[in-house]
Design a protein around this ligand. Structure first.
Ligand SMILES: [Zn+2]
Length: 284
């Protein structure tokens, strides 16, 4: 079988760290956090992480999915956030939350999955709730539980329960949280459920495709991380009106126009210099 790990090491050794092959990530060769103070460097989708903490695999109120991929590292703020939310989930919702991807030991780009999660501040939390803890086998090869019928663009009511609303709300009300991404159909449900109460938290909950079986929590830049690039605050208001409606797929026009120009290829952004230096440090 083709050995990807070996071939990536070979690239690294020949100095071809910035290969045009987006699939390869030298960050996956980093097997442990760096020996620096905790620092989230760069932007969520182009950065790295020093002094990472690892989320304990045997914590209270949560379980870690696919730990074999070693994506359970984060800025210490992210680890405390997960522990905080898991405690609330256990006490108030009588369940365990399932933690998906966080970050690699030194952050940076994954070879598969998503382009963010690079600075130790992004956390995927599955919407499948583990009332009974999952077995080791279920954790290593988990089956997602979707909340949305994607073809019909509607909530799967049989999979959704009120605790999902409570869980997203608890996360959004956390001071450290900047944004939470969920599928637009899920945001619609949250908007409808909140009614006339405090709708402030809904502002942080942002619609985005793909997030129908997990929510993606994004934390604010930590205090003291001076090279961390924050994202602009979400637009004012709860985001439940016209903006949300604009996500709903429209019927396709009868005669679609042929594309007139080739889509431009985006030039990859330069990695922050601290991250380049981090890549140059050889692991022992
Ligand atoms: Zn994510």
């Amino acid at each position: 079988m083709f050995n990807l790990g070996h071939s990536m090491r070979a690239w690294a050794l020949t100095g071809l760290l910035f290969t045009p092959f987006l699939n390869a990530s030298p960050w996956e060769q980093k097997s442990a956090p760096s020996q620096h103070a905790p620092d989230a460097i760069g932007s969520y989708a182009n950065g790295c992480l020093t002094g990472a903490a690892s989320l304990p695999l045997d914590g209270q109120g949560y379980q870690v999915l696919r730990s074999q991929r070693e994506r359970y590292y984060g800025h210490p703020d992210a680890v405390s956030f997960v522990e905080r939310l898991a405690n609330l989930a256990q006490q108030q919702l009588a369940t365990h939350i399932l933690i998906g991807d966080m970050s690699l030991p030194q952050g940076g780009r994954f070879s598969s999955g998503h382009s963010s999660h690079q600075t130790g501040l992004d956390i995927d939390i599955w919407l499948k709730l583990a009332d009974d803890k999952l077995s080791a086998q279920q954790l290593s090869q988990p089956e997602p539980l979707s909340m949305v019928n994607l073809q019909q663009y509607r909530l799967l009511k049989s999979n959704w329960d009120h605790r999902h609303f409570e869980l997203v709300k608890m996360a959004a009300q956390d001071q450290q949280v900047a944004r939470i991404f969920v599928h637009p159909v899920i945001k619609e449900k949250l908007c409808a459920t909140e009614g006339q109460g405090d709708r402030q938290w809904l502002r942080k909950v942002r619609p985005w495709w793909g997030h129908h079986y997990h929510m993606h929590v994004r934390l604010k830049c930590p205090q003291g991380s001076s090279s961390c690039q924050p994202q602009a605050a979400p637009p004012a208001g709860d985001g439940c009106g016209a903006e949300l409606a604009s996500w709903k797929p429209q019927p396709k026009p009868a005669a679609p126009k042929a594309a007139t120009s080739k889509p431009k290829k985006k030039k990859p952004k330069a990695l922050p210099s601290q991250c380049v230096k981090l890549l140059e440090i050889k692991d022992s």
